[in-house]
Structure formats: structure tokens, C-alpha cells
Design a binder for this molecule. Structure first.
Ligand code: NDP
Length: 318
């Protein structure tokens, strides 16, 4: 039984070294160099980060595909991806904690109006009162953060924001019970969450139901001066609608980590927009050591006849 690693996005060399360290008995082959001479029928598991379209379909006896990332759109967007194949998402502590740190930093920066002060510094302007006349600057308990997506990562982020003192409202498909978080669910509840959100964090997966969800209608429902943190996927955001909401003055700013086209093209308006903080899809990454531990656990579960946690519901798309 071979396990094949197909990665065009993570360092296969680094991951393979760690896998072999943690489980020297594993018959791991790294695509493309080590898979040229193997019989495709002997491959039972594929570990993937942005595999080339059509590649996974070449292996007829695969039992499961293991994503190196939390999102699986980099696998399911392949038109030749076999619909019957189970996909195990990446869930691991480092990825969750990394996102907690990133969103906390961005939420605090937005709350403290740091992007505006940085623009002032660049322009040589001394104006302390961006946060309101002195003595009236709000503290976090006067700020409501909305978190879209209360899954493995979103629920952790929502709880951390609430623990820090923010008012937190959240939204998912099904009901949730997260200490300190006012959780809502279902399509009809989205508007209610958005209307309260001074800062809106998107941690949804990319599915047919969530694509384009960050659009003009949603932005119009946000309180005036709201701030968006998009760490879900670029396809969630209607880019022109965001530019319009920022330029009209309705929204104060946005932190964008993910984009429809990555790398973001040089000519894109986001690069130089004064209200946009931009990072190159680095909000959080899978940590190799804990990520490899998760991959080995998933394979062990399947080999032991069990279904691991975090298997994608192909109907729902996440
Ligand atoms: P999960 O699958 O654990 O959680 C997804 C959440 O979204 C669930 O709470 C789910 O609801 C909710 N959801 C899905 N569809 C809908 C819908 N139509 N309406 C309302 N709620 C919906 O995913 P993770 O928390 O592990 O990751 C979330 C996403 O974060 C990833 O898919 C990826 O796109 C992004 N990500 C980005 C990174 C970056 O560096 N920028 C790094 C890691 C992840 P329910 O719980 O009811 O099922």
C-alpha cells in the first residue's frame, strides 16, 4: 500500500521528511519524482495541497484523500475529482491557534483604528481624535464582532474574541453552544448577525452556498463604519461591491488575506487602497509537525475500519 503526497503548494520535501520521521514504516511516495515507476493501483491514500487537475483520478484504488489544508476547494475544484472519494479536511491545533492570533490582531487593529493612524503617519498628519474626542474612545466591550462560520476554527476564534472582552455574535448552518458567544444559524439569521457587526470576520468554507456571500446587500446591512476581516476564501467576496462600500464611506476598512486570484495581480485596486490591509494568504498555515500527526491519525483510522473526524460532507461541500 502506497501513500502518495501530491503538493504544489506546501513543501513536499519538508512534509515527507516529517512523515518519515514520525512513521518510518509508512510507504510514502512523493509526486512526481517517486511516483513515476509505481503501479497506480497500489496507491490507497493521497495527501494533497493544490493537486494538478486530473492527477488524483489516475489512481483507481484510493480509499481517501487527505487535505493538507482546512479548506478543500483546492481539491474539489478539479473537474475530474472522483465524486465518491472521501476527503478528510485538515484540522490541527497549530492551524486553529494561528488563525486565533491573526484575527485577534486584526480585530484589535481595526478597533484601535491602526490602519487610519498608519495612513496619518505616512502623510505626516497628527490627529489623535480618529477614535473619537479624547475620553470617549470605546473599549472592546462596546464593540460587536460577528463571526461567519463557527466550525473548528471559527468557534475557537469567536470564543477567544469573547474571552478578550468583545461582544461576539456568530453564524453557522446549525445551532451552536459556545460560551460567551451569541450564536445564530440558518440563512434567515444572517441579516441579524450582520446588522450588529462593527467588525465582521469571515471564516466560512467555500461552497456553492457561500460563494459571493460578502456582497453589496450584506455590506449595506453592516453598521456605518464597519470593518471586514476576510480570512475565508477570495470567492466569498464580490470585490467591486467592497470597493464601492469603502469608497462611499459606508465601511471603514478591510483586512483581506484571501483573493479570487492568488497571487493578487500587480494591477489590482486592492494593493494601494488606503482602507485595505492586505496579507498574502498567510492568516494561518498548517504546522508541519501537528499536521503530519493528523494525517497519520487519519490513515490509522481508515486502516482500523473507522471513519476519522473532519470528513467532508460532499453534499454540503465542506
Ligand atoms: P469547518 O468546516 O470546521 O467550519 C465551517 C463552518 O461554516 C461551520 O460552522 C458551518 O456550519 C459553517 N457554514 C458552512 N456553510 C454554511 C452556510 N451555508 N451557512 C452558514 N454557515 C455555514 O471549517 P474550519 O473552521 O476548519 O475552516 C473554515 C474555513 O477557513 C476553511 O474552509 C478555509 O476556507 C478558511 N481558512 C483560511 C485560512 C487562511 O489562512 N486564510 C486558514 C485556514 C482556514 P455548521 O457548523 O453548522 O456545519
Amino acid at each position: 500500500m502506497h501513500v502518495v503526497m501530491i503538493s504544489r503548494a506546501e513543501s513536499a520535501e519538508t512534509w515527507a521528511r516529517e512523515m518519515r520521521r514520525q512513521n518510518p514504516a509508512l510507504d510514502l511516495k512523493v509526486w512526481p519524482d517517486e511516483t513515476a515507476d509505481i503501479d497506480p493501483r497500489d496507491v490507497h491514500y493521497i495527501i494533497a495541497a493544490k493537486p494538478p487537475p486530473g492527477e488524483i483520478a489516475r489512481f483507481p484504488n484510493v480509499k481517501a484523500v487527505l487535505s493538507m489544508w482546512a479548506g478543500v476547494d483546492h481539491i474539489t475544484s478539479d473537474p475530474d475529482f472522483p465524486t465518491h472519494l472521501p476527503i478528510a479536511r485538515m484540522t490541527e491545533e497549530g492551524l486553529t491557534r494561528g488563525m486565533r492570533e491573526f484575527v485577534m490582531a486584526q480585530a484589535l487593529a481595526a478597533h484601535l483604528k491602526m490602519p487610519d493612524y498608519l495612513n496619518q503617519q505616512r502623510d505626516g498628519v497628527w490627529c489623535p481624535e480618529i477614535r473619537g474626542p479624547h475620553g470617549t474612545e470605546p473599549l472592546v466591550d462596546e464593540v460587536t464582532v460577528g463571526v461567519l462560520g463557527l466550525g473548528v476554527i471559527g468557534s475557537d476564534v469567536a470564543k477567544a474574541l469573547a474571552d478578550f472582552g468583545f461582544n461576539v455574535v456568530g453564524w453557522a448552518r446549525g445551532p451552536k453552544n459556545i460560551p460567551g458567544v451569541s450564536a445564530h444559524h440558518g440563512d434567515a439569521a444572517l441579516d441579524q448577525v450582520v446588522r450588529q457587526s462593527d467588525i465582521l470576520v469571515n471564516l466560512l468554507p467555500r461552497t456553492d452556498a457561500t460563494e459571493d456571500i460578502l456582497n453589496a446587500e450584506l455590506f449595506a446591512a453592516l453598521p456605518r463604519g464597519a470593518y471586514l476581516i476576510n480570512v475565508g476564501r477570495g470567492e466569498h467576496l464580490v470585490e467591486a461591491d467592497l470597493l464601492q462600500a469603502l469608497d462611499s464611506g459606508h465601511m471603514a476598512g478591510a483586512t483581506l488575506d484571501v483573493f479570487r486570484q492568488e497571487p493578487l495581480p500587480d494591477s489590482h485596486a486592492f494593493w494601494r487602497h488606503p482602507k485595505i490591509t492586505l496579507t498574502p494568504h498567510v492568516a494561518s498555515i498548517t504546522r508541519v509537525k501537528t499536521g503530519v500527526g493528523r494525517l497519520l491519525d487519519v490513515i490509522a483510522s481508515y486502516e482500523g475500519g473507522q471513519t476519522p473526524s473532519g470528513v467532508v460532507d460532499r453534499q454540503a461541500g465542506y
